[in-house]
Design a protein around this ligand. Sequence first.
Ligand code: SPV
Ligand code: MG
Length: 290
Amino acid sequence: MSAAKRLRARMAETGLVHIMATHSPLSAILAEEAGFDGLWASGFELSALYGLADMSLISMTQHLEMLRAIAGRTTIPIVADIDTGYGNAINVIHAIGEYERAGASAVVIEDKTFPKVTSLAGDGRQQLARVEEFQGKIEAAIATRRDPHFLVIARTEALIAGLGEAEALDRAQAYVKAGADMILIHSKKKDSGEIESFSRAWTGSVPLAIVPNAYPDLDASRVKGLGNIQMMIYGNYGIRAASTGLKETFRRIIADGGVQNVHKDIVAVDEIFRLQKMRELRAAEARFLR
Ligand code: SPV
Ligand code: MG
């Protein structure tokens, strides 16, 4: 069974899948071990990993390379954040082939214009593509996928752009007409009212995905009560958690004038060896090195 088929099966079985943001194979391994249903190959996280803003500055090649490395070290499905699809519908055709071959089970394409600005920036320039143009991208993605289970998720940024619920609903319905398997509805409001209202108003034939970054109080039990939402993507929690750990540890080493205190509070080298599968490699050494 393909990972994409497993992702669909898990959604059908549980009604809500939990997808964790990753920026590296190590963060992806930890997410899989923690029990997430899938991984989000986040553009925001990878941009931040490079010390860059999420403004179409990293290339498709950089993102693909990381996704390939993540896929090589994990088994759970990967949802790829391909931003605007790296150009027009022709670029989308190219991207879908590459991402599917690299090991993605799903892509999320957003209806902004290239180059995009990250959605959560307070005064970000949020320019949307024409509906027909974006429908062409969705149709191109559907026509290109090899595995029929590979999910094409259309993300509307209508609420992010301040265009209101009616425009968001119209766009979402237009994207379903173009063949989208799911709609990702994004909001940067600090309370979840906008998302809850959209979810209640949604009468489309496909389920919704959300990224509760700006409105963290909307947890799984409340999401289940809303109906319609079948995927929660924890969009920037991997890189924020990593930054928290690094920042505090680095601060303490400077303050303490050495590592004599922090070493007890961070994972031991043996734990990193485990994550690196050192034991298996040592066994292979014993077996094959002569
Ligand atoms: C990402 O993680 O790259 C996302 C989610 O697209 S957000 O940054 O909230 O737009
Ligand atoms: Mg993104």
